[in-house]
Design a protein. Structure first.
Length: 308
């Protein structure tokens, strides 16, 4: 798989599970074309990467991608063979704006989903567009501007009202100040609550789980005020160590913490670009003994801006 190198800042697009279908064109997100405040990718994949490609038996892609990305972590104006001074590294650190950009997934009724996210979850509709020649529409929602906050991109393909979410995608996490109050609001709006408010197993943090109109799960996490309420994306993986290595080497993410829960049969790793109480993080979950997940056709990808 070829990589395209430019001199601009990176914005990276990775499909963890399914490839695009139903008239939604495969593409690496071109930030400059859709939003001038975003950056074009320094390293772009020509096509979306599926989970099977990421973690194949021989891990060839992982090794190749790791090698490429480690080189790209140099300042963009530095030659790979040149010496990197302490001053260069310090300047690069100051300009570091790595972050998760947005998640992309398909929905069966765009208007209904927008209403649920805005009225029940408190998101804002940031922008919406219709592409009749491609037979799809999409909408961006979140808790702040796209150039500073993590957002969701909802895609509606004309005439398709239902998708299989699969088992690889887990849930989104949203920080709220009062979980019980938010759950009551969701109930009054006809939303589905799959776990009532209460402390997390083995801890004191109050959480609840709800589903949107298409069945995508949201974990409500009781926390104080934060600039980034859309705080977490949970994905299930079949090889946790390999997944951690990939996100470290491929996207420059840090392993913030790792917790094994043998009594419940799973291990969790939290990956991110800074403290999880201030940034959106990736939660990788390994369930003991499970080597395959149904990828479905609803969830598409998470987009990253991994380097300067």
């Amino acid at each position: 798989m070829a990589f395209k190198v430019t001199s601009a800042q990176p914005c990276f697009s990775v499909s963890t599970f399914s490839s695009y279908t139903n008239n939604y064109k495969p593409r690496v997100f071109n930030a400059s074309a859709e939003n001038p405040s975003r950056r074009i990718a320094l390293l772009q994949l020509g096509t979306a990467i599926s989970q099977s490609q990421l973690f194949d038996a021989n891990a060839k892609l992982l090794r190749n991608v790791g090698n490429k990305f480690e080189t790209s972590m140099l300042p963009v104006d530095a030659e790979p063979t040149s010496s990197v001074t302490a001053e260069n590294i310090l300047e690069w650190t100051k300009r570091d704006n790595r972050r998760m950009l947005h998640a992309v997934y398909r929905v069966g009724n765009l208007d209904k989903t927008i209403r649920f996210y805005t009225e029940c979850l408190g998101m804002k509709l940031l922008r919406r567009r219709d592409i009749p020649e491609e037979k799809y529409s999409n909408a961006f929602l979140g808790y702040g501007p796209e150039d500073s906050n993590f957002t969701v991109e909802l895609t509606y393909n004309y005439g398709v009202d239902k998708y299989d979410i699969g088992t690889g995608f887990g849930h989104f996490g949203i920080a709220v100040e009062n979980v019980a109050k938010t759950v009551e609001l969701i109930k009054t709006k006809g939303g589905k609550v799959t776990r009532e408010p209460g402390p997390v197993k083995g801890g004191s943090t109050v959480i609840a789980f709800v589903e949107d109109p298409d069945g995508y799960k949201f974990e409500l996490i009781e926390r104080g005020p934060t600039r980034e309420p859309l705080c977490q994306v949970m994905l299930r993986v079949r090889d946790l160590d390999r997944a951690i290595d990939f996100y470290k080497k491929g996207f420059g993410m840090e392993l913030l913490r790792k917790r094994d829960n043998p009594e419940y049969g799973y291990t969790v790793a939290i990956m991110g670009y800074g403290p999880e109480d201030k940034n959106t993080v990736l939660e990788l979950t390994y369930n003991y003994g499970i080597r395959e997940y149904d990828k479905g056709n609803g969830y598409i990808q998470v987009n990253f801006q991994p380097y300067l």
